[in-house]
Design a protein around this ligand. Structure first.
Ligand code: TYM
Length: 397
């Protein structure tokens, strides 16, 4: 059935691939660009000799034709933690079956903190391994390294021409970063939201699965997309939306009593997917608590609320209800609760831990995944840049 369908489209478009205009090919965020069609037609010639290549390419072609485009990325600044998982990665995995997905490793973004060359490469590889270990499938999603697609930098430059200092300075993440690190206020930090917008717009993505902390960046990406469209009187970029299956965006707290779980929020604050059981036990047992409730049904201070929230994501509803009841009746023993939380986190992360080790040892698979993603991401990005150049008015002599 699928072959008949593939062949009928193949026959229909083969004689006139160039006749498809960009507008014709946009179906609510699902975009097929002329180059994709041309490549599809060229690759279709494999049908006689290599059915497998044909089918893989046909699948990707249909994805880009009918499915909404999704994009997200994670900076390679250390191993992935539970915040990254529940805020972003879990949704990446869920979305890859029904969307045209691009997931990347944001290595350009990580340069704002000046990693050494050795650390940079090792960290990029680690995130790629963890993407694969968590269940991202390079046959279904385009997994790539940001710096493998330098076209994004050209779009970054174009968007920067219409990004104003005032709005960049007002961005909450910029203000947080300069407060945390006043000796490293570089231009990359200031224009971080424009690079992020370029990441999203280069693939004309409409859904961006991210945690709550990224909401202001998505707002700016929409501003930059609309500003470009208005300026050039061309509805080229769609409006990207932060996405969590119609639910509130997620913020997973850390173990230090306040704020979110994060790589830069201090030692012991984050639980990593790759953490060994003993490391998890140590960190959880040190989590900030207090001397306990003094009145029945007392409201929970932030540090305690955080422990309950962490339990909510890794433990069973019965376990959570048990400790809620103990808290409300002032009988809670935080030591017992933390022991239970640590064991539930160990059980939750166990499959990732094993898979991370297995995939990390398989160099050939990791390299193949990166190469496959690079090719597809580059082809799509090159088409966007070609269109954008034309829209802006660059013309060959
Ligand atoms: P990064 O690397 O800080 O985080 C990656 C993803 O994990 C989410 N996240 C969390 N979610 C819930 N609770 C937490 N404690 C938590 N900590 C992290 C983040 O919201 C994010 O979704 N700027 C991005 C990377 C990026 C990007 C993009 C994302 C660059 N270009 C384009 C989307 C689209 C960042 O620094 O994420």
């Amino acid at each position: 059935m699928i072959n008949v369908c593939v062949l009928s489209v193949y026959c229909r478009i083969k004689p006139h691939p160039k006749k498809w205009s960009i507008e014709d090919n946009c179906i609510k965020g699902a975009s097929v660009q002329p180059k994709t069609i041309n490549t599809f037609c060229t690759k279709s010639c494999f049908l006689e000799v290599n059915k497998e290549v044909f089918c893989t390419f046909a699948l990707q072609f249909f994805q880009s034709l009918f499915m909404e485009t999704v994009l997200s990325g994670i900076r390679p600044t250390g191993n992935l933690h539970l915040g990254n998982y529940f805020g972003a990665l879990r949704n990446f995995i869920e979305m890859q079956n029904r969307h045209n997905c691009y997931f990347f490793i944001a290595d350009y973004h990580s340069l704002t903190t000046h990693p050494t060359p050795g650390d940079l490469h090792g960290n990029v590889r680690q995130i790629l391994v963890e993407y694969l270990a968590a269940g991202l499938d390079p046959e279904k999603s385009t997994l790539y390294v940001q710096s493998d697609v330098p076209e994004v930098l050209e779009l970054y430059l174009f968007l920067n021409m219409n990004a104003y200092i005032g709005e960049l300075e007002r961005c909450t993440s910029f203000k947080d970063k300069i407060r945390q690190n006043p000796q490293n206020v570089n231009a990359g930090l200031l224009t971080y939201p424009t690079l992020m917008a370029a990441d999203i717009l280069i693939h004309r993505a409409v859904k961006v699965p991210v945690g709550k902390d990224q909401e202001p960046h998505l707002e700016m990406a929409r501003t930059f997309a609309n500003r470009f469209n208005r300026m050039y009187k061309h509805e080229y970029f769609p409006e990207p939306q932060a996405y969590n299956f119609g639910k509130e965006l997620v913020k997973i707290p850390g173990l230090n009593g306040s704020g979110k779980m994060g790589k830069s929020e201090g030692e012991g604050n984050a639980i990593y997917l790759a953490d060994e059981p003993e490391a998890i036990r140590k960190k959880v047992m040190k989590a900030v608590t207090d001397s306990g409730p003094t009145e029945p049904n007392q409201s929970k201070p932030e540090a305690i609320q955080n422990i309950f929230q962490l339990m909510k994501v890794v433990s069973t509803p019965d376990t959570l209800a048990f400790f809620e009841e103990k808290y409300n009746s002032c009988q809670i023993r935080y030591g017992d609760m933390k022991k239970q939380l640590a064991e539930d986190m160990i059980a939750f992360t166990a499959p990732f831990r094993e898979k991370i080790k297995e995939i990390s040892a398989n160099n050939a698979y990791v390299s193949k995944a990166a190469k496959m993603g690079k090719e597809k991401a580059q082809a799509n990005a090159a088409t966007t840049i070609k269109d954008v150049r034309e829209i802006i008015g660059f013309k060959p002599f």
